[in-house]
Ligand binder design. Structure first.
Ligand SMILES: Cc1cc2nc3c(=O)[nH]c(=O)nc-3n(C[C@H](O)[C@H](O)[C@H](O)COP(=O)(O)O)c2cc1C
Length: 219
């Protein structure tokens, strides 16, 4: 039996990303977000233009996406309801947001220099992705939301997550992303079954050489 309902949000579960960008004064900003999805070497990020992060990204055209695992929930909590915007936009102030200049410090996270971009990586995150802005896709007006297409240019992975014998592959059994599911945090369950896609994109070089690189295919 299905019911027609009208929920306020449709956050069906995506991984939490910590985005670092550079402020005008050369200090870093760090913000949690979770409207992110991945295709090939690109990521699409859904955020409001009113956030400091988006303003920094438009100006600097680069960022770092650091992916926390579930043990970093307390750090993400400490970043929640903070903004790098000063003054705090009215709509945010009404929801209890406060300005914070030192988000790394408040979160207890360590900035680590990046190789290609100015924004720092988050040392404690097992996955750190240096990225460049490709294009902004605005939502329909008057929405302030934008889908931000970024290209991942440098990938840093905690060694423990790598597949044994295949240094260019992340072992999904070892990676436990932090998932935001309707504004609550979850991890992943253990693997349930083998996927037919895994041999196509997995570590077998024969299959890799054969596919067109344009993302998952049916069959
Ligand atoms: C777990 C989590 C996920 C979030 N996901 C998003 C998101 O996908 N898009 C967005 O615009 N804001 C999201 N937010 C809210 C931003 O973190 C918030 O707007 C923050 O003030 C942005 O900081 P900034 O203004 O310094 O960029 C999320 C917050 C948390 C704690």
């Amino acid at each position: 039996m299905h019911k027609v309902i009208e929920p306020k949000i449709l956050y069906f579960g995506t991984s939490v990303v910590l985005i670092s960008t550079m402020n005008e004064d050369g200090t870093p900003n760090l913000s949690p977000m979770s409207s992110a999805w991945w295709l090939n070497q690109s990521c699409m990020l859904g955020m409001s233009r009113k956030s400091k992060t988006v303003q920094n990204l438009i100006r600097e055209r680069e960022c770092v996406l650091s992916l926390p695992s579930i043990d970093l929930i307390p750090a993400v909590d400490r970043l929640t309801l903070l903004t790098g915007s000063n003054p705090v936009p009215d709509s945010k102030a009404q929801r209890g947001y406060k300005y914070e200049a030192d988000k790394f410090g408040v979160a207890g996270l360590t900035p680590l220099p990046s190789l290609l971009v100015q924004a720092p990586r988050v040392k404690e995150c097992p996955v750190q992705l240096e990225a460049k802005l490709v294009k902004l896709h605005p939502f329909e007006e008057p929405s302030s939301l934008v889908a931000i297409e970024v290209r991942i240019e440098k990938i840093h992975i905690e060694e423990k997550l790598l597949m044994n014998g295949n240094p260019n592959y992340i072992d999904p059994a070892k990676w436990n992303p932090m998932i935001m599911n309707f504004c609550e945090y979850f991890g992943l369950s253990e693997q349930l079954s083998a996927s037919k896609l895994a041999p196509v994109f997995g570590p077998d070089p024969v299959f890799i050489a054969d596919h067109d690189g344009e993302g998952p295919r049916e069959g």
